[in-house]
Design a protein. Structure first.
Ligand code: 6PG
Length: 290
């Protein structure tokens, strides 16, 4: 089938290749002319025959502007798919705006990162049965081979909601491995920390793809000596915690792992300075000066 694909970065570019390898006709647009198949969005739309399907794979901050620009070029009966990491609460207003022009909307949480081209992308889809059915050949080509890796999670918004929770879990899992790594590295007994992680890849209760990737990172740099611990986040963890607060769901692990990322960005902790100052005030305990 034919698909327009807007955004050909690390994710979109690899998705284009996977779709083409499966025999689909993909017309891609990116502001980087070296990556793009066409010079503009109007040209992309012109190259597609109706009813058109256009998949948007751009950074979360520019999704709405891109969708609005596309909507002005598309016709009733066309469908826009947002495969980026949008906040789920943006989806329903978007779908309503598009519906006024007769344009359908699907939100798709896409997992797999830079490995997706080879391994397939796990897809979490929100939208109507009808629209999901129309895009099924594309989903089939993108998803991993085998039984799992695809879900129609519910109506518009459910795909991004599922991806948000997936990413919250991702934060917590990564952090548990990371804390185990730190303790092993601090231990006086364990002399082969990378070896312990490698051994865990088979047979253990904690084997997983994230563990495999940590082993890979330790193969490259056994003490992670070349890295700083400074860790960014792109929003999914914060949205997960926002939802937990709204619904009064105790998200202890995920919240702690999000906050650990914030702490990683501090040169010194104002909170811990206050604790040190208070210990000195009430107990005369020693403090360290800068
Ligand atoms: O499933 C995936 O492929 C990942 O979850 C991916 O989508 C993720 O969003 C970014 O790699 C970084 O996310 P954070 O900045 O939130 O850590």
């Amino acid at each position: 089938m034919q698909l327009g694909l807007v955004g050909l970065g690390r994710m979109g570019g690899n998705m284009r290749e996977r779709l083409r390898a499966a025999g689909h006709e993909v017309v891609g647009f990116d502001h980087n002319a070296e990556l793009s198949d066409v010079a503009s969005l109007p040209e992309l739309v012109e190259k597609l025959s109706a009813p058109r399907a256009v998949w948007v794979m751009v950074p979360a901050g520019v999704t709405d502007a891109t969708i609005d620009e596309l909507a002005a070029l598309l016709d009733s009966g066309d469908i826009i798919i947002d495969g980026g990491n949008s906040r789920f609460s943006d989806d329903a207003p978007r779908a309503e705006r598009l519906n006024e022009h007769g344009i359908g909307y699907l939100d798709v949480g896409v997992s797999g990162g830079v490995w997706g081209r080879q391994n397939g992308y796990a897809l979490m889809v929100g939208g109507s049965e009808e629209h999901v059915g129309q895009l099924m050949p594309i989903f089939e080509a993108l998803k991993p081979e085998g039984e799992f890796g695809f879900v129609h999670a519910g109506p518009v918004g459910a795909g991004h909601y599922a991806k948000m929770v997936h990413n919250g879990i991702e934060y917590g899992l990564m952090h548990a491995y990371a804390e185990g790594y730190e303790l092993l590295a601090a231990s006086e007994l364990v002399t082969n920390v990378p070896g312990v992680f490698k051994s865990w890849r088979e047979g253990t209760v904690v084997r997983s793809w994230l563990l495999d990737l940590l082993d890979r990172a330790l193969d490259e740099d056994p003490e992670l000596a070349e890295l700083s611990g400074y860790t960014e986040d792109t929003g999914e963890g914060r949205w997960t915690v926002d939802e937990a607060v709204r619904l009064a769901v105790p998200l202890n692990v995920i919240t702690a792992s999000l906050f650990a990322r914030f702490a990683s960005r501090q040169d010194d902790s104002p909170a811990m300075k206050a604790v040190a100052a208070l210990r000195q005030q009430f107990g005369g305990h020693a403090v360290r000066k800068r």
